[in-house]
Design a protein around this ligand. Sequence first.
Ligand code: ZN
Ligand code: ZN
Ligand code: ZN
Length: 276
Amino acid sequence: MKLTYLGTAAAEGWPAVFCNCEYCLKAKERGGKNIRTRSQALINDNLLLDFPMDANMHMLSNKLDLSSVESVFFTHSHLDHCSPIDLFFHAEGCYAHNLSKKSMTLYGNKKVGERIGQFVRAYEEERFGLEFCVIAPYIPIVCGDYTVTPLRANHSSGEEALVYIIQENGKTLLYLHDTGMPYEDVYEYLINNRIQADFVSYDCTYVTLPSGGGHLGLDSCQVLRDKFLAMGIIDENTVNCINHFSHNGKLIHDELVPVAEEMGFITAYDGMVIEF
Ligand SMILES: [Zn+2]
Ligand SMILES: [Zn+2]
Ligand SMILES: [Zn+2]
């Protein structure tokens, strides 16, 4: 499985659009991997996780053919994960020519469906080549070579936010964005279904700050990783990666990498490609 991190910031980006804090200024000055856009990831070349306002930039900077994407799984409706205005331009004809795949299926909760509907009012119509499916926790979806299982996220009170198990070709990814410490039923599902992850992507929004609700920081990522290990959900061969960072957490990428490494984590950056 190939995982490409397209955007690795929290909602406001890093540097954040109007921010002059020292961490945004430092990131702007140093550039490179210290520049983080909004949350999105690509599996192989045909499954997207989320569709933020930076999706067009992700297409440009990674030279992607987004028309080869067949499935988009939305985690929740927050704008840094679900900013669907560009989906309108999936319509073949005037906006898009020579699409590699004619249709794209969008999966998400009811609120995600409503948000997409605001921008692409007739998204169910054939001309957009889009279909929306409402999904629910713990009901696996088989699409192509993938089995994708939504898990209940501890994130947003106004909707059923989801994180995902993604399985393909005997490999398992746990994609945990956005969530605070998981609910008990998440561990139960993982244990009862003998899920063993090859790669885990942890929410590290708070970075060096103590974790608050709905997200994790370095401290709680470590607690969660150790809990997964004790439960047999991961083992010593699992790659543990932190992702989704806020400028309020202070450490820019260059500074965070050695701190995370010491704790047994790799640190995601925009454009990072991992094969496992
Ligand atoms: Zn987010
Ligand atoms: Zn800032
Ligand atoms: Zn969120």
